[in-house]
Each structure stands twice: as structure tokens, then as C-alpha cells.
Design a binder for this molecule. Structure first.
Ligand SMILES: NC(=O)c1ccc[n+]([C@@H]2O[C@H](COP(=O)([O-])OP(=O)(O)OC[C@H]3O[C@@H](n4cnc5c(N)ncnc54)[C@H](O)[C@@H]3O)[C@@H](O)[C@H]2O)c1
Ligand SMILES: [Fe+2]
Length: 446
């Protein structure tokens, strides 16, 4: 690979031009958009609509928690009332592991289904997308990872997101995980964008605060990385700015008052808008690094992003002062008449304050010094071969960035936030590893 032959400094200076060129191409690829149903009860309305589409049998893909909480009921009742035949596969777990997707593929085939309702967070939605590609293109999932690897059109997908974060209901991507190799893989294909999606805030009122926080910052990261990157378009900018405004206005409320339907609805819109933005303009280093934490330590995706976002933004800041200033205005941190530097600094501070208010830890409990060089190497590969970031890092800079979130020695840790992971509560508790992962050697998610 050409990129592997280049020195870090050459890559850091030269690849952004190459990425700009690639962006000129991707901005003309048509990306379909789903019909959106928005508001309390919209999952039932989606069920009514899908029941009328004449499918032979529908596979509803979700996870056990969602199934146990009874969140499927409005959808399944509407499907039944409309005379649709369906079966439920509720075994997906966080990060959509390949073996569970394979079970889903077998379940789809066994029941002779011809469409999928993806019901859940990013993990259930992305598992659904992977199933949809794989049943139409029977080959090992690892071979379907990458751009347009399935020749035949995936089966039809409808989506009901139950978190406000990934935007997967409108994106061309499915992120799945390979537990054997401890890494995440991405399937990219415009044909996996769902045909219809319901943004139903009444499904999100029971989302735990820590998940609300992490997924909300995932959406914020999508919007920011799309807005500051080099593949931005007027359309992606509009979507990203709207998302940032909505998130600054509503995420704290959704976190503190889970039952606030209005805040939940605004957050689901923000997540979808951010999805529209990044599926066109792509993401950046926050995601490149977060994917490594997810693959190796099973850190929840949004939390990994939230921990890295302030550091990556400060690194990029010299190259994106005006963009940060625009984001600050949209976040109501000042007006267009203020100095761009002042506004940019306010935005950087506001992102940190938001993290603090949401109980996001400053460090990643699972991170180990001896892993950093490998994590940085794979993150660099992901960023340099896939993401149009405003400022590339050298290997050393990327390592230093990751080192900033190493757990600090006990005596220097501040009492509340920095030790939250040890106390086992809130978002911080999620920073602890769920189980050890093998060392990885190959390229990660993109
Ligand atoms: N396809 C894309 O474009 C895209 C974009 C960003 C992230 N992702 C991927 O999405 C995955 C993360 O998705 P996520 O952050 O939505 O988390 P998730 O789907 O893993 O869900 C997190 C947890 O919240 C629970 N949960 C979900 N909805 C709930 C509800 N309404 N009430 C109570 N509990 C609920 C789930 O059961 C799970 O335990 C990662 O694999 C990430 O890489 C994909
Ligand atoms: Fe993300």
C-alpha cells in the first residue's frame, strides 16, 4: 500500500491533498435517504407502513435488553394488525460481533425472510445491515468489510433507532466487530441505507444516563468531525451545524431528565442530522482512535469518542479556527461579531464542560502504556487511508494524544470524575474493559 511506504512526515503533509481529491469524487456519489417518521408513536406508524409493503416475512433484529424492556411492542402490534408475518432475533450485543451476526443470517434464511426491521442502537442496526448484505451475497462477513464488497443488492431494511447517537438509520456504514482479532470492521455501501426510519423518542425515555451521555457525544463527534474535515459540502455543513445546536441545547436535559420527550426527540433529530453530515463528509481522528479502544478494550463507542474529542479538537484547532468559531456561534457561545480565536476557544472549553456535566471520565481505565504504540499505528492507518482530517498527526503525535488519557496514578487523581471508573458508576464505569481482547495487528475499522 502506498501509504505504508510513506514516512510519517510525508504522510502528514501530503495525504490531506490526496484526501481532498477523493472527497471531490465522493461528493458526487448518490446517497439515498430514508423516509423519516418523527415523534412519539412513530415506531408504530413505521410498523403500519411496513405491513402494507407486502413482504413475505420480516426479520426484526434487536438486542435482549430492548426486547425485555418491551420496546418492540408498538411495532410488533402494528405489524400484527396489518397482517404482516415477522420473526424476532434479539441476540445482538454491543458492537455487533461477527458470530452473532452469523446466527442472525442463519435465522433469516431458516425463516425465509425478505426484509429486516433494524430495531435498537447502532449495534442492532449495524448487525441488521450486515445481515442484509450477507444474505444477498453469501460469503464470509470479513470479506464483505470495506467499500462495495457485495455485488448483489442487500435486502430491504427499515430502522428504528433506540439511542440518539450513531445516526446509523441514515448512514452508508455498518460497523461490526471481530472478537477473534480484537478489531472493528466497516461495511460501506449506499444500498444499506434504510428505506424508512422512525425517530420515536418514547422508546428512549428509559435509556440510562451513561448511555444517553456517551451516545449523545458520539452524535456531537460526527457533526464536528464532518464539519471540520475536508470533504464538507454545504449540505453536510447545514446538517452538522443543526446537530451541534440541538445537542448543546438538549443533551444535558436528556441526560438529567430521561423522561423529557421533547429533549429526547431533539436528540434523535440531532443524531440523524449528524448521520446525514458524516455519511457524506466522513469522520476523523476521534473515531480513528475510538475504534481502536472499542476493538481492543470493548470501550463503548460513544464513550471512547467522548474521552478523545477534547484532545483531538485542541490538536486540530490551529488549522480550524474559523470552523470552531462557527460551531461556537451555533452552540450559542457568542455571536458572529466576536473574534474567531475567542469563539474557537469558547467552543473547546464548552466541549470539555459538556463532558464534565455528563460524567464523562478524563481517562480510559483500560488503557495500558504498552499498547499505545500499536493503538496509534492502527489509528494512523485508519485516519490516513480513510479520513479527510484538517491536520494529520505523526506517529509520535498520535501516541502522545492517546497517552493523555492514560489512567493517572491514584495520588494525582481528583476525587469525583477521575476515579469514577473504580467506583463502578455512570459513564466512567463503562470505560473499564468488559473482557480482554487479543492484540491486533492488521488495519482497523476503515
Ligand atoms: N453505522 C454507523 O454509521 C455507525 C456510526 C457510529 C457508531 N456505530 C457503531 O454503533 C455501535 C454503538 O451503538 P450505540 O452507541 O447506539 O450503542 P448500542 O447499540 O451498543 O447500545 C448500548 C446499550 O444500550 C442499550 N439500549 C439501547 N437502546 C436502549 C433503550 N432505548 N433503552 C434502554 N437501553 C437501551 C443496549 O441494549 C446496549 O446495552 C458501535 O459498534 C459503533 O461502532 C455505527
Ligand atoms: Fe461514531
Amino acid at each position: 500500500m502506498i501509504a505504508d511506504l510513506m514516512s510519517d512526515s510525508l504522510r502528514a503533509s501530503g495525504l490531506s491533498a490526496l484526501m481532498r481529491g477523493a472527497g471531490m469524487v465522493t461528493r458526487f456519489i448518490p446517497i439515498p435517504q430514508p423516509t423519516l417518521l418523527v415523534g412519539p408513536g412513530s415506531s408504530a406508524r413505521l410498523g403500519q407502513a411496513v405491513a402494507g409493503f407486502g413482504h413475505r416475512k420480516i426479520l426484526v433484529v434487536t438486542d435482549a435488553i430492548i426486547s425485555r424492556l418491551g420496546l418492540l411492542k408498538p411495532l410488533t402490534e402494528a405489524l400484527e394488525a396489518g397482517g404482516a408475518r415477522f420473526v424476532v432475533f434479539d441476540k445482538i450485543t454491543p458492537d455487533a460481533p461477527i458470530p452473532l451476526i452469523e446466527e442472525g443470517i442463519a435465522f433469516f434464511q431458516e425463516h425465509d425472510c425478505d426484509a429486516i426491521v433494524a430495531f435498537g442502537g447502532g449495534s442492532a442496526m449495524d448487525a441488521s445491515k450486515a445481515i442484509a448484505v450477507a444474505v444477498a451475497n453469501p460469503k464470509p462477513l470479513r470479506q464483505l468489510a470495506g467499500y462495495f464488497k457485495g455485488l448483489r443488492t442487500p435486502v430491504r431494511i427499515y430502522a428504528v433507532p433506540t439511542t440518539a447517537g450513531t445516526g446509523s438509520e441514515v448512514t452508508v456504514a455498518a460497523v461490526i466487530s471481530d472478537p477473534e482479532r480484537g478489531r472493528k470492521l466497516v461495511i460501506v455501501d449506499p444500498r444499506i441505507v434504510p428505506k424508512m426510519a422512525a425517530l420515536d423518542p418514547s422508546l428512549m425515555t428509559g435509556l440510562p444516563p451513561a448511555v444517553t451521555a456517551a451516545t449523545g457525544i458520539d452524535a456531537l463527534t460526527h457533526a464536528i468531525e464532518a464539519f471540520v474535515g475536508n470533504w464538507k459540502t454545504p449540505y453536510s455543513d447545514g446538517m452538522a451545524l443543526s446537530a451541534v445546536g440541538l445537542i448543546f441545547e438538549n443533551l444535558r436535559t436528556a441526560y438529567r431528565e430521561g423522561g423529557n420527550l421533547q429533549a429526547r426527540e431533539k436528540m434523535s433529530l440531532a443524531s440523524t442530522y449528524a448521520g446525514f453530515a458524516f455519511t457524506r463528509a466522513n469522520v476523523g481522528y476521534v473515531h480513528a482512535i475510538a475504534h481502536q479502544f472499542g476493538g481492543r478494550y470493548h470501550t463503548p463507542h460513544g464513550l471512547a469518542n467522548a474521552i478523545m474529542l477534547p484532545h483531538v479538537l485542541r490538536f486540530s484547532a490551529p488549522a480550524i479556527t474559523d470552523k470552531l468559531a462557527q460551531l461556537a456561534v451555533r452552540a450559542k457561545l457568542g455571536t458572529e461579531g466576536d473574534e474567531p480565536e475567542t469563539l474557537a476557544n469558547r467552543f473547546l472549553d464548552a466541549v470539555e464542560a459538556l463532558n464534565r456535566d455528563l460524567g464523562i471520565p478524563e481517562t480510559l481505565a483500560a488503557l495500558r502504556e504498552e499498547d499505545i504504540s500499536d493503538l496509534a499505528r492502527v489509528a494512523q492507518h485508519e485516519a490516513m487511508t480513510g479520513y479527510p482530517v484538517p491536520r494529520y498527526m505523526t506517529q509520535e503525535e498520535c501516541e502522545a494524544m492517546i497517552r493523555k488519557v492514560l489512567p493517572r496514578p491514584e495520588k494525582t487523581a481528583a476525587p469525583a470524575r477521575k476515579t469514577a471508573a473504580k467506583a463502578g458508576t455512570g459513564a466512567a464505569a463503562k470505560a473499564a474493559p468488559r473482557r480482554p481482547a487479543r492484540r491486533k495487528t492488521g488495519a482497523d475499522a476503515a
